[in-house]
Ligand binder design. Structure first.
Ligand SMILES: Cc1cc2nc3c(=O)[nH]c(=O)nc-3n(C[C@H](O)[C@H](O)[C@H](O)COP(=O)(O)OP(=O)(O)OC[C@H]3O[C@@H](n4cnc5c(N)ncnc54)[C@H](O)[C@@H]3O)c2cc1C
Length: 303
């Protein structure tokens, strides 16, 4: 109930205006967002690398409405790859297709993604295409497959809350695609997604086993100790090396667990978002942890 209210509010402009201009909520957001500038993200990435963690940098933004905005996002991503190389960081990059014009035109978006992936390959690096709401799933998979058939430096994300995900994984593995597995962060109907958390978790474990046994290098993205324990058990039982997959977690979430996994010799990548357009990302993080939000809502209705 709270989760779905927060996800609905993440599309509300009035609420966005209040959250992004309010000092308290801006400070709250800094727990999950490294800053508004690339320099701040680079500094956060350096701290993670120094702590033995890999990084994925995400320039925040989604659902752009103009070609100019999409091209601006493309340019920002090209710069991120340049800076990663200059700074010799152990980092790749994550992006969203709706930030690169998917709502405007598929071919246009694909052209921008290709140019970013070419830059990635030039630096021997990698672009991860995040997965957004289910209305974009098929188009995202199709676009990633087309780009990947021309350039291998791209992968995508699969969400265990969707019924279709097992089929999508088989499809993507046939292209040798690297996959990040997560539970899924958007508001979805019972027609497309498991309504019960227990089913999402059970599917997560099934899909994780499929990925780890595939022979390709994948990302297991979760902060759930039960999902992590199941992954560690499966890897040990199947003699899959700790170097053949990575755990992925979000900046600011379960840093204790991040450090513990590094100490235990696992590869851990931290997803570091930065930029001005942090409101929807922040709301999804609150929706995952409604315990944090009571006071946010109280302040909003008091304003
Ligand atoms: C690296 C990475 C990339 C992701 N990319 C995508 C994507 O492309 N598309 C997409 O739909 N989703 C993405 N997600 C989000 C994901 O789908 C989940 O919404 C999110 O990870 C929470 O699920 P969980 O596996 O941590 O398990 P949960 O069962 O939700 O949480 C397990 C435990 O983790 C902690 N926790 C989880 N979230 C938070 C939080 N926000 N604040 C504080 N504690 C928290 C709590 O202790 C909680 O009990 C990504 C997540 C990660 C880690």
């Amino acid at each position: 109930m709270i989760r779905s209210t927060l996800l609905k509010l993440s599309e509300n402009r009035g609420f966005a205006g209040w959250v992004t201009s309010n000092g308290t909520t801006r400070r709250m957001a800094r727990r999950f967002v490294a800053g508004e500038t690339l320099d701040e993200a680079i500094a956060a990435a350096r701290v993670c690398n120094d702590g033995g963690m890999l990084v994925s940098l995400d320039y925040l933004g989604e659902n752009v409405a103009t070609i100019t905005d999409a091209q601006h996002s493309r340019d920002a991503y090209l710069e991120v790859f340049e800076r990663i190389a200059q700074e010799k960081l152990h980092a790749n990059v994550s992006c969203k297709l709706t930030q690169l014009g998917l709502d405007i035109n598929n071919e246009f978006c694909e052209g921008l993604v290709l140019s970013i992936v070419e830059r990635a390959l030039g630096f021997d690096n990698f672009l991860r295409v995040d997965m957004e709401g289910s209305i974009y799933t098929q188009r995202t998979i199709d676009l990633v497959k087309r780009v990947r058939s021309r350039n291998p430096a791209v992968g995508t994300v699969i969400q265990s809350y969707l019924y279709r995900s097992e089929t999508d994984i088989s499809d993507l593995l046939a292209y040798g695609c690297r996959i990040r597995l997560c539970k899924g962060a958007y508001k979805e109907s019972e027609e497309v997604a498991f309504p019960q958390k227990a089913d999402v978790d059970a599917n997560y474990i099934r899909l994780m086993q499929m990925l780890l046994s595939s022979g390709f290098y994948h990302g297991i993205a979760t902060h759930d100790p039960r999902m992590i324990a199941a992954t560690i058990r499966h890897a040990a039982a199947k003699q899959i090396s700790k170097d053949d997959f990575e755990f992925q977690m979000l900046y600011g979430v379960r840093t204790d667990l991040q450090r513990r996994l590094v100490r235990d010799g696992y590869r851990v990548r931290i997803y570091i978002p930065f930029g001005n357009d942090w409101f929807p990302y922040f709301m999804r993080r609150l929706a995952e942890r409604p315990a944090n939000v009571a006071f946010l809502v109280r302040n909003f209705f008091r304003k």
